[in-house]
Design a protein around this ligand. Structure first.
Ligand code: C2E
Ligand code: SIN
Ligand code: SIN
Ligand code: FE
Ligand code: FE
Length: 375
């Protein structure tokens, strides 16, 4: 009889995906001790942007919060186009006219790397990077083992992403079935989710935000107004100003949103997932004010979860710069001026600064996600 303890036992338990990646890394190091880092970058096919998502490394200052257009990273683009992994056994002799982001996305200080593209049913999802401090470690025998780990890691990521997609689809479907509608256009949601991610990225250093947190804000921010499906048409679609009573009904979209999210999480068995608190908080608290004058709870400052403070700025900026049934679109300048007036009162100052300091990117997002006849 052989006594054996499953070295990957931690994967059996409920844990954040980051912990699972770290434990897979610990295990792989038992047989391949030179693997100093495993990292994941995800690909957004709509914008062709590749961004860091998760990593496990011994690095003191690992790369967080970086993104680049795939077309600007020719060596990675080549891996994607060929669909084949890439081995670099000596970074010193590897030369692709290395650009800033190419270095930054993972190569700094590493002597060798192995990069695997991740696919789900043929769709490209991103890359898994394995790095070593020593050159010439990725021989055929090592790679045969690493491939197995690479695919395991890739399955973990696919499951994570598909859980989020199930969740988003469940929320959308619920909206349609209740035959209630979303008055906000698709392009509002495209823009405000990107503003939210941009604000979170700009705050990453100061607030020590991790890439997966930023990515979850991006994924969940479009659902901030899910509770509006419970608001009657005559109020939701009113072409003019809401009176006091109507506004009180409208305000209930926050608590209704939280309830809808909870119910769906429950019905789809998704309520055990830690990061869905980010979604709950966004739905419930995106109209709170830092001075306590917001709704539904009147909480102040740091009591308001950061994700809700971020989404509030992104949502208001886009509401101001868009046409609504009840208002015309404002210019960016006028909207920023108003946000600056609201900073420290209604809105979080750091979040407002993060937006107003990055107007070039705001304009890119506006160009990319213009309003069209389909909304
Ligand atoms: P929404 O249209 O998505 O607007 C989100 C938030 O953007 C608003 O939250 C408000 O903080 C800000 N905002 C939008 N338009 C303006 C504006 O013209 N001036 C200023 N200073 N801020 C603006 P709020 O006020 O809590 O409203 C929540 C939701 O209630 C709105 O979401 C909208 O669906 C509805 N709503 C608010 N006011 C009216 C109105 O006068 N008529 C109609 N039909 N709906 C309204
Ligand atoms: C690159 O190859 O462009 C950088 C990614 C890496 O190999 O770590
Ligand atoms: C994004 O960061 O995903 C959007 C940038 C762009 O639209 O160019
Ligand atoms: Fe709202
Ligand atoms: Fe909104």
């Amino acid at each position: 009889m052989i006594e054996h303890i499953d070295t990957l036992d931690s994967l059996n338990k409920h844990a954040p995906i980051k912990d699972k990646l770290v434990s897979a890394h610990m295990t792989i190091k038992k047989s391949l001790p030179f693997i100093a880092r495993i990292a994941i970058a995800l690909y957004d096919p709509e914008t062709r942007v590749l961004k860091t998502f998760l990593h496990s490394s011994e690095d003191d200052n690992p790369l967080e919060n970086y993104q680049a257009l795939i077309d600007d990273a020719p060596s990675l683009k080549k891996i994607l186009d060929k669909g084949l992994p890439r081995v670099i056994n000596n970074m010193l002799t590897f030369d692709d006219g290395s650009k800033e982001h190419t270095r930054r996305i993972g190569r700094v200080g590493y002597a060798a790397s192995y990069t695997m593209p991740m696919f789900n049913d043929g769709d490209f999802l991103g890359f898994v990077f394995f790095n070593s401090m020593e050159p010439d470690v990725f021989n055929e025998q090592a790679l045969n083992q690493i491939d197995i780990f690479g695919h395991m890691v890739s399955l973990m990521i696919i499951k994570e992403i598909s859980t989020i997609k199930t969740l988003a689809a469940a929320l959308r479907t619920t909206g349609r079935i209740t035959h209630l509608r979303d008055p906000e256009t698709g392009s509002h949601l495209d823009r405000m989710s990107r503003y939210s991610r941009m604000i979170a990225s700009a705050l990453a250093d100061k607030y020590e935000l991790k890439d997966d947190y930023i990515e979850h804000i991006f994924m969940f921010s479009p659902l901030h107004d899910i509770g509006k499906i419970g608001i009657p048409d005559n109020i939701l679609m009113k072409p003019g100003k809401l009176d006091h009573e109507e506004m009180e009904v409208m305000k209930s979209h926050t608590v209704k949103g939280r309830e809808i999210v909870d119910e769906i999480l429950n019905n789809f068995g998704l309520d055990g997932i830690d990061y869905v608190n980010i979604l709950r908080n966004i739905a419930e608290f995106h109209h709170e004010s830092v001075n306590g004058a917001g709704y539904p709870s009147g909480i102040t400052g740091d009591q308001i979860p950061l994700e809700a403070r971020i989404v509030a700025v992104a949502d208001i900026f886009d509401a101001l710069t868009s046409k609504r049934p009840y208002k015309e679109a404002w210019t960016n300048e006028a909207a920023i001026e108003t946000l600056k007036q609201l900073a420290g009162e209604k809105l979080d100052r750091d979040c407002v600064d993060a937006l107003s300091d990055n107007m070039e990117e705001v304009e890119n997002i506006q160009q990319f996600f213009k309003e069209n006849i389909y909304g």
